[in-house]
Design a protein around this ligand. Structure first.
Ligand code: SF4
Length: 319
């Protein structure tokens, strides 16, 4: 009952979310996967996600985890089989519960019996609950499960509670915040079938879709195909400017104002740091050191000094 597979469209929930972010991304994954560059940030995000996901499994007490490996790779067919078995047995909490509906697959972080149906719990290693990509992710899972005959009665988002204070004993229930998003995902529910139809059309074609750079290149996550899609953009360009909002960068790009010369000529950038950044590149100036501020800062320090670079340890669960 849980598994059917008779369609050309094969999507996992992460592929669906990629499609949601930018349809070209799904085409690239299928036709030019070698162009994908995974950033260190993305690797860190996945590692954090894995770690937080493991912790969340114990959120509601005893559970059965159907994760299976074969030759060190996830054995999804076996996970689907075990999920079916656990559902039939009446197991109330199944982690990584796996489903496939006509090529659309997903593994639910936590599937929990609720009344006469089931609730989906999606765990995110984030403290922010309003990201629409989360809703898209959950709506997709609900769609797959319902089409596999599962009575989904509620959907929840599980995020990290940023007010939790560790007191020496870890309290999993306090570490997480559970939000009922059954109603919030409504908009995303209505987008699923149009998104899937679009995917079918795009993925069936060998021709690269003509989709220009957009906010989707950077949000909700920077796209791993950026280097490929931006290959015709000069380096450096407006996209290298210091701390400029990505939407603002796109506005310049859409107006054809892209390289540093064009940006300086346009004259609308008045941020001192960005101006210096461009001038130092174009006019080959010597390194700039703001001695006054460096001295001012150094004067506040006293030895011995210790250094801790926080950017190298962005773990969600503090060490
Ligand atoms: S870089 Fe931008 S245009 Fe290219 S696939 Fe990614 S999101 Fe789409």
């Amino acid at each position: 009952m849980v598994s059917t597979d008779n369609s050309q469209l094969a999507l996992s929930k992460s592929k669906y979310c990629g499609l949601w972010q930018c349809p070209k991304m799904a085409w690239m994954r299928k036709h030019k996967p070698e162009e994908f560059l995974q950033s260190d940030d993305a690797t860190m995000r996945m590692e954090n996600g894995r770690e937080v996901g493991e912790l969340a499994k114990g959120l509601f007490g005893e559970f059965v985890d159907v994760t299976c490996y074969s030759d060190e790779r996830l054995d999804f067919s076996e996970m689907i089989r075990k999920t079916s078995e656990e559902i039939e047995k009446g197991t109330p909490i199944i982690c990584e519960a796996s489903f496939n509906y006509e090529g659309l697959s997903c593994a639910v972080d936590i599937l929990r019996k609720e009344g006469d149906g089931w609730a989906i719990y999606e765990v995110k290693s984030s403290t922010y609950d309003k990201k629409s990509v989360y809703y898209a992710d959950i709506a997709y899972q609900e769609y797959v499960l319902k089409n596999c005959g599962i009575n989904v009665v509620a959907t929840y988002l599980v995020i990290v509670n940023n007010e939790y204070v560790f007191d020496g004993i870890f309290h999993v229930k306090e570490f997480f915040r559970v939000e009922d998003v059954t109603n919030e995902i409504e908009v995303e529910r209505s987008k699923i079938e149009p998104t899937l139809s679009l995917a079918e059309k795009i993925l069936a074609s060998d021709e690269e879709p003509e989709i220009d750079l957009s906010v989707g290149c950077n949000a909700p996550y920077p796209c791993g195909f950026w280097n490929y899609c931006a290959k015709d953009i000069p380096i450096p360009s407006v996209f290298d400017l210091y701390r400029m909002n990505f939407k603002k960068k796109l506005e310049y790009y859409y107006r054809g104002i892209v390289d540093y010369e064009a940006l300086l000529e346009d004259g609308s950038i008045d941020n001192g740091i960005r101006l210096r950044q461009m001038e130092y590149y174009l006019y080959d100036k010597e390194d700039y050191v703001d001695r006054e501020h460096v001295d001012e800062f150094l004067a506040t320090l006293s030895y011995p000094l210790y250094f801790l670079d926080f950017e190298t340890m962005q773990s969600v669960i503090p060490r």
